[in-house]
Design a protein around this ligand. Structure first.
Ligand code: ADP
Ligand code: MG
Length: 634
């Protein structure tokens, strides 16, 4: 027995496809406003969209009859014939959104054409038109969607908590606002202004959403070709993230997800960034609408391109060009690592010529007596390291430097070019540990070391008595920073550097809440952070190793890590924060180091408690012994 479903039921079912949560209603309403040619759009939300979603625009408005018709299914002014599907210049075209929204909410719309005196008000609940009256209102359209899913309790109960629904709405808002940078948008939630975006250019729009210093982290890309013209920004290598965060790809003004094209961008970074890190990007593609198919998915973030291969190649090439043109080569020549975490060597300072020296009483681990309580793993590392220097013999260091010949009284000269950065360890405990170790380490290293050199811009290679040691610079620095941060955390008075100019940082509202939550932990590590309201924070002090320009990205990345830790439920408070800070502050792979910087890195690494493992458990170094080499030579 076949029944034809009543419209209200059919609409409810169809609505499920289009409107599955408040954010999707927001998307449809914002897109309608853009399609109507609005230049100013206000979004007003209450209770994360549960009780109110309102969009007010100054677009074309609708006539009396359209005001009624627009809530019918398949009511659209945007296409007329099937062929039009291949020439879509609007965001919407299915004529389903308003019908779907009206099926699952109480909707109140006021709309007025620009050359009419009066507008039209329509009230519709669960597809039922309750009222239509002439009304006074400004030209354009205002649609208020109240009590979403009031008639589908199951759906309503499935909504996530407000902070999650709100972050979905924010993401939708960003995806719509980014490519429409010439349109002004505002966004209020529960009476609070979250975003106030003026019309401007793309870079300004990115900055006003993601924070002012954001554009300094991007390279510009642009390419005009036959199948595609593209324009936008890709992130500098040093600002990659552990999570795919700010990756925005748009086609003809529409946000899309496209694995192939995202891969095109990421592939351009290939060797430049550590594995499992992801660049940010904001790329606008324009493609002839007849060469794409946006019709394959109801919520339309997936798109098919006829010229996918060509577009892939062009996108990758354009990204590579941006990276090559403005990064590696130029940075090396003209901009010698300004943001290394080491302080610069003072002007006019010439590093002393390496001399050979011997400290006959030196034993790298047993001379200071400060680490008596080593853990088992530490012990094994220590004996391993001892072997590195001692050629496996268990003597207490007599033969360190043996064979290299030379005088033994040039201790001070032989210290690796000392950079003021070791003064960064201004902690009482840390300082004394360093003095206890410093000279002897320096001596030891110099005694046996050839000058370190860098390979593939990510490994520091040097020799020890027992072989050639290959050190992963990023992981090594992570370890060093992590131990410093952990020590600071335990100190009664964390050391910090006062900033000459306080730095303002802006975040989206969910990040702001999170930042407020972890502020006490950050304070323990030497940050001084205060909120200025409106999602803005001022930072007046940081731990010693942080460059002011890096503060905003560092905090963002820490928040991103914190979020993913919370999701995976393995956050362990301030330890994970130390871990995350260390990870993001550490010299990246791909950074070319000066000889002194390598020396310092090696010295600092070997004064760590666990020098051979990064804080997240990855291997930092390995040794190639003479025997290994001999075997290979066979
Ligand atoms: P679609 O956008 O796919 O055409 P919708 O259900 O979203 O379908 O909208 C139906 C129609 O209502 C649109 O085609 C448009 O003519 C009209 N409309 C919707 N929102 C607005 C608005 N904000 N301003 C002017 N017209 C609108
Ligand atoms: Mg629409």
């Amino acid at each position: 027995m076949i029944n034809i479903l009543p419209d209200s039921v059919a609409n409810q079912i169809a609505a499920g496809e289009v409107v599955d949560r408040p954010a999707s209603a927001v998307k449809e309403l914002l897109e309608n406003a853009l399609d109507a040619g609005a230049t100013e759009i206000q979004l007003i939300i209450k209770d994360a969209g549960r009780s109110l979603i309102q969009v007010i625009d100054n677009g074309s408005g609708m006539s009396d009859s359209d005001a009624r018709l627009c809530f019918e299914r398949h009511a659209t002014s945007k296409i007329k014939r099937a062929e039009d599907l291949f020439d879509i210049h609007t965001m919407g075209f299915r004529g389903e959104a308003l019908a779907s929204i009206a099926a699952v909410a109480q909707v109140e719309m006021k709309t007025r054409l620009h050359d009419e005196e009066l507008g039209s008000q329509v009230i519709i609940e669960g597809s039922d038109v309750k009222e239509q009256n002439p009304c006074t209102c400004s030209p354009g359209t205002s649609i208020a969607v109240k009590n979403l899913f009031f008639n589908i309790p199951a759906r309503r109960n499935f909504l996530k908590k407000d902070s999650i629904e709100l972050s979905h709405i924010e993401e939708v808002f960003r995806r719509v606002a980014l490519p429409n940078y010439n349109v002004a948008f505002s966004f209020h939630h529960n009476g609070k202004l979250l975003y106030d975006l003026k019309g401007g250019n793309f870079a300004q729009r990115i900055a006003s959403i993601f924070g002012n210093n954001f554009s300094a982290r991007l390279y510009h890309i642009e390419e005009q070709t036959e199948p595609v013209s593209l324009f936008g920004y890709v992130g500098k290598e040093e600002y990659v993230k552990k999570v795919r965060g700010e990756q925005y790809l748009f086609v003809n003004g529409r946000f899309i997800k496209h694995l192939g094209l995202s891969a095109a961008i990421e592939k351009a970074y290939n060797e430049l960034i550590p594995e499992r890190t992801y660049p940010s990007y904001f790329v606008l593609l324009s493609v002839d609408p007849s060469r794409i198919d946006i019709n394959i998915h109801p919520t339309k973030t997936e798109v098919r391109f006829i010229d996918e291969h060509v577009i892939f190649a062009i996108l990758r090439a354009a990204t590579k060009k941006a990276l090559g043109q403005f990064s590696l080569a130029t940075e090396l020549e003209f901009n010698p690592s300004p943001d290394l975490n080491f302080d610069p060597v003072p002007k006019g300072y010439t590093p002393p010529a390496p001399t050979v020296s011997i400290n006959p009483n030196y034993n790298p681990f047993y001379n200071s007596g400060q680490h008596g309580s080593s853990t088992p793993s530490q012990k094994s590392i220590q004996s391993q390291l001892r072997n590195f220097w001692n050629d496996g013999s268990d003597s207490d260091g007599d033969d360190i430097g043996g064979g290299s010949g030379g005088d033994s009284d040039s201790d001070s000269d032989s210290a690796p070019a000392k950079m003021p950065s070791s003064g960064a360890s201004s902690l009482p405990g840390e300082a004394s540990r360093q003095t206890a170790h410093d000279d002897s380490y320096a001596t030891t290293l110099n005694a046996t070391q050839n000058p370190p050199f860098q390979y593939a811009a990510r490994y520091v290679i040097t020799t020890l008595k027992s072989g050639v040691v290959v050190i992963d610079q990023h992981r090594a620095h992570q370890r060093i920073l992590y131990e410093r941060l952990m020590a600071r955390r335990e100190a009664a008075q964390p050391s910090s550097q006062q900033l000459l100019f306080p730095v303002n940082c802006r975040f989206n509202s969910s990040d702001s809440e999170l930042l407020a939550e972890i502020t006490p932990d950050l304070q323990k590590l030497g940050f001084a952070i205060a909120t200025l309201g409106q999602n803005t924070f001022v930072v007046t002090a940081t731990p010693p190793d942080v460059h002011p320009d890096d503060i905003q990205p560092l905090l963002e990345q820490t928040l991103a890590d914190h979020k993913s830790n919370m999701l995976q439920r393995h956050s362990d408070g301030d330890r994970s924060i130390c871990l995350s800070l260390a990870r993001h502050m550490a010299i990246p792979a791909g950074k070319v180091l000066k000889p002194q910087e390598m020396q310092q890195l090696i010295a600092d690494l070997f004064s760590c408690q666990v020098p051979d493992q990064s804080p997240s458990g990855q291997r930092i170094m390995f040794i190639i012994t003479e025997q290994d080499i001999a075997e290979k030579m066979r």
